[in-house]
Design a protein around this ligand. Structure first.
Ligand code: BJW
Ligand code: ZN
Length: 253
């Protein structure tokens, strides 16, 4: 349990390192969207309707039962049509204005809420819930959050469509992942928000930032609890990101 006094001290320490940082990188995970009503992965034991996330979010799971996988994604798309960004998303969009193109937001989330909140320099390293990819012709299309049924087909070639999301065992999109690694390597502060930091390679951005191009980055963790990232964090802000991040932005003014 963090006391109010400890949180104030950590917030002050975070403001001090941010004020002198030339480049800032942020890594977000499901926790940043929890207060918007998007369920996290591991807080519910990684289960969805009794299925392991790995069974519905993997190429093997899709081969085995594409209709089940589409049911999972249609439910998530339906949820995405109802949720809106929370004060944590808006605070990060506000922070970007201070650093401009020296601020990069790397997100593992596929819900699109950072973009909706106004963040611009966003790298969606695990893809997007709104995008489909055709297994026939490879075309990626933004289909918004409209329901797509349990066997959607490509309008061009009638091939099978899959969500354009990075599943377990799949590589991350090359250009986007290189840009994320570069942003982490070059930053002076890495803000790690709402992630359990157990999924790789995303979690490797933390040691990459610590190795640093010029000096080791200061790592600030924002989470409800300590995580696998905590031992590498210089500053820990423990509490809901929708409360902590606006406080941080307020103190940076
Ligand atoms: C709050 C809060 C509030 C709550 N405020 N905080 C090296 C070592 C070990 C394993 C591997 C490795 N390299 C690769 C692997 C395998 C695998 C992996 O990492 N597995 C681990 C689980 C062990 N990685 C991969 O397969 C990756 N591909 C890859 O590496 O390719 C190369 C390769 C190929 C073949 C073989 C080997 C290598 C791809 C990973 C893709 C991950 N995709 C998913 C699913 C997408 C499906 C979808 O979204 O529909 O992405 S997994 C799932 O986890 C999702 C998330 O983006 C990701 C991260 O989860 P996140 O965001 O951290 O959420 P939670 O739920 O874990 O945590 C929430 C946190 O929020 C908690 O800490 C809460 O406390 C906190 N919180 N409320 C602040 N209000
Ligand atoms: Zn096609």
């Amino acid at each position: 349990m963090t006391t109010q006094g400890e949180l104030d001290d950590q917030l002050e320490a975070a403001v001090q390192v941010l004020k002198i940082a030339e480049r800032v990188c942020v890594l977000t995970g499901a926790g940043v969207s929890a207060e918007s009503g998007v369920p996290t992965f591991r807080d519910s034991n990684g289960l969805w309707e009794g299925h392991r996330v790995e069974d519905v979010a993997s190429p093997e799971g899709f081969e085995r039962n594409p209709a089940l996988v589409w049911k999972f994604y249609n439910a998530r798309r339906e949820n995405a049509s109802r949720v809106t960004p929370n004060p944590g998303h808006y605070a990060l969009a506000e922070m970007e204005k201070r650093w401009g193109d020296r601020f990069t937001l790397v997100t593992q989330n596929v819900d699109g809420l950072h973009l909706e909140a106004g963040s611009e320099n966003v790298l969606e390293i695990h893809g997007s819930l709104r995008h489909t990819r055709c297994l026939g012709c490879g075309v990626v299309t933004n289909r918004g959050v409209e329901p797509l049924g349990d066997a959607p087909q490509c309008p061009q070639c009638h091939g099978r469509l899959r969500p354009d999301i990075v599943w377990f065992g799949e590589g991350l999109p090359d250009g986007i992942w290189s840009a994320a690694m570069q942003a982490a390597y070059e930053c002076h502060v890495l803000l790690v928000v709402g992630t359990s930091a157990v999924v790789y390679p995303a979690a490797s951005l933390i040691p990459i930032a610590k190795r640093g191009a010029v000096t080791p980055a200061k790592v600030i963790e924002v989470n409800m609890t300590r995580t696998d990232a905590s031992d590498n964090a210089d500053i820990g802000l423990y509490g809901p990101s929708g409360v902590i991040l606006p406080k941080l932005v307020e103190r940076l003014k």
